[in-house]
Structures are given as structure tokens and as C-alpha cells.
Design a protein around this ligand. Structure first.
Ligand SMILES: C[S@@+](CC[C@H](N)C(=O)[O-])C[C@H]1O[C@@H](n2cnc3c(N)ncnc32)[C@H](O)[C@@H]1O
Length: 257
């Protein structure tokens, strides 16, 4: 059994590495979110919006988006994108520093999303608090898209190295990671080391971060949704909208009040 994790340590996550996030991100979810934005319209609430990866894709497509994010490092990248956006796009985006477990924005949204992030709520209490806030911010005819990695398909122990990526200044970033899951706590610990090198391979700097994710199992998700009073309208096993099966790595819900 892996060592017991401290929740405080696992929550620190993304500080100091915002500038590297987009280099390693998978954008295959964007067409899915655009499709639902087209169906539902503005305003959209992007929770745990990070660097604004999805926020700016939606704003570029013409939607008004409020992006809520807790990490200063990730938000600083989102702010830079805002400054560099054409004025008509920038006017559609509002960036807010805050936590998805306790927010009050005093407005309601047609569509709420939390791309790739819900499992960063590490306890059932935090997950229920977030679902309660989300429900309160949803218009009566609005939808909430909950996308999760299925707890049963997560690694217990793994090490990996991504292919090197290039920053605009020409420097190279390598990312090496280790995953250790504690099944009793239902928590996954991810240790990441980012190594920045110049074009000749000389190391310019090294940054280490620890983040955590809850291993949320299927019956647990079903109960969370039921307790929060949301109703499942559709369910998919990936962003291409294939049906969910027990082999699907993802579980994606379209939820209504
Ligand atoms: C995997 S990244 C995803 C970012 C973005 N949603 C995307 O898909 O590109 C997870 C993000 O969740 C943020 N996060 C974690 N816990 C949060 C919380 N309680 N409230 C708001 N943001 C949170 C992290 O700071 C990080 O930016």
C-alpha cells in the first residue's frame, strides 16, 4: 500500500508550472465543448479553467465565458492570453481567482464545464460542495458537463516521460512523472519534474510539483450525482460520444437540474 497522502500537499498542484501546462495538454475535448456551447449558448462558466485552454477556444468561437481558477500561476498564463486576444474576444472573457468548492458569482449560466479537473476535489465533502455551487449557478434549462477519469482505470503505480516540447523562446521542456495511488484513501499522487534546457541540451532549470486526484469509482459518481439532485441526460465514454462501457477510460455526463 502506498504511503498516506497529506491533502494539503496534494492540493498545491500547479503553482509555478503554468507556463508549461499548454505544452503537454490534450485538446481533443475542445470540439465536444464547442458542440454543447453551440447548443446551449452564452454565458458559459468554465470551472478550474487553468490557463484558459478551453475558455479561449470558446471565446474565439463567439461565446461569453467566465473562467474560475485557483492557481495564480495558471491564471497568469490566462491573463497573458487575455491581453494578447483581439479586443472583441477579450471582452467576452472574465477571469476570476477562486475555488470551485465555494464560489458565488451572483449570476446563472446556460452551460457549466469543469474540463479535466473535477477529481482535483479530493474529498467527498469538497465534491458535494462543488456540485451544490454548480447547481446554484445553473439556469433552469442549463446543462452541466461533468467529465471524469474512471477511478477503476487509473494506475496504481507508474512512471512516464513525455516527448520534449518547445517553448516560444526556443528552449526545450521535458516532463518526467511518477504516479502513486493509495487505494485506501482513494487518492492518486502525481509527482512531476519539468526540466528546461537550451537548444544545446544545457539544463536551464528544474521545477518539481506534486498534485493529487481523487480516484472516484463508478457507483460513487452515481451517488454524488443523485445526492446533488442533478439528473443524467446523456452519458458518454469519450469525447467522440461513444457510449460508456466498462472499458471506457472516461465517463462524461450531461447533467440537468
Ligand atoms: C488538469 S488542469 C485543467 C485546466 C483546464 N480545465 C484545462 O482543461 O486545460 C486542473 C486545474 O484545476 C485547478 N484546480 C484544482 N482545484 C481547484 C479548485 N478547488 N478550484 C479551482 N481550480 C482548481 C488547478 O489549479 C488546475 O489549473
Amino acid at each position: 500500500m502506498a504511503a498516506k497522502n497529506s491533502l494539503d500537499e496534494l492540493e498545491s498542484g500547479y503553482e509555478g508550472v503554468g507556463e508549461y501546462y499548454d505544452l503537454f495538454a490534450d485538446n481533443s475535448d475542445i470540439p465536444f465543448f464547442i458542440e454543447y456551447a453551440n447548443k446551449m449558448g452564452s454565458p458559459i462558466l468554465d470551472l478550474a479553467a487553468g490557463t484558459g485552454r478551453v475558455t479561449f477556444a470558446l471565446a474565439n468561437a463567439g461565446f461569453e465565458v467566465v473562467a474560475l481558477e485557483k492557481s495564480k500561476s495558471m491564471l497568469s498564463v490566462a491573463r497573458r492570453k487575455l491581453e494578447q486576444s483581439p479586443i472583441e474576444v477579450a471582452l467576452r472573457v472574465k477571469l476570476i481567482e477562486g475555488s470551485m468548492k465555494n464560489f458565488a458569482l451572483n449570476r446563472k449560466f446556460s452551460l457549466i464545464i469543469v474540463p479535466n479537473s473535477f477529481s482535483h476535489l479530493l474529498t467527498s465533502d469538497d465534491q458535494l460542495l462543488a456540485l451544490w455551487c454548480i447547481k446554484n449557478h445553473l439556469k433552469d434549462d442549463g446543462i452541466f458537463i461533468l467529465d471524469l477519469y474512471s477511478g477503476a482505470h487509473q494506475y496504481e503505480q507508474a512512471t512516464f516521460e513525455d516527448s520534449p516540447r518547445k517553448l516560444p523562446d526556443g528552449s526545450i521542456v521535458r516532463r518526467i512523472g511518477e504516479i502513486t495511488s493509495n487505494l485506501a484513501q482513494q487518492l492518486m499522487r502525481v509527482d512531476l519534474c519539468y526540466i528546461r534546457q537550451d537548444a544545446e541540451g544545457k539544463v536551464l532549470g528544474e521545477t518539481k510539483v506534486v498534485s493529487g486526484a481523487a480516484l472516484i469509482f463508478n457507483r460513487e459518481v452515481d451517488l454524488l450525482i443523485r445526492i446533488s439532485g442533478l439528473n443524467v441526460e446523456e452519458e458518454f465514454g469519450d469525447f467522440e460520444k461513444h457510449p460508456y462501457t466498462h472499458d471506457s477510460g472516461r465517463r462524461i455526463f450531461i447533467l440537468r437540474k
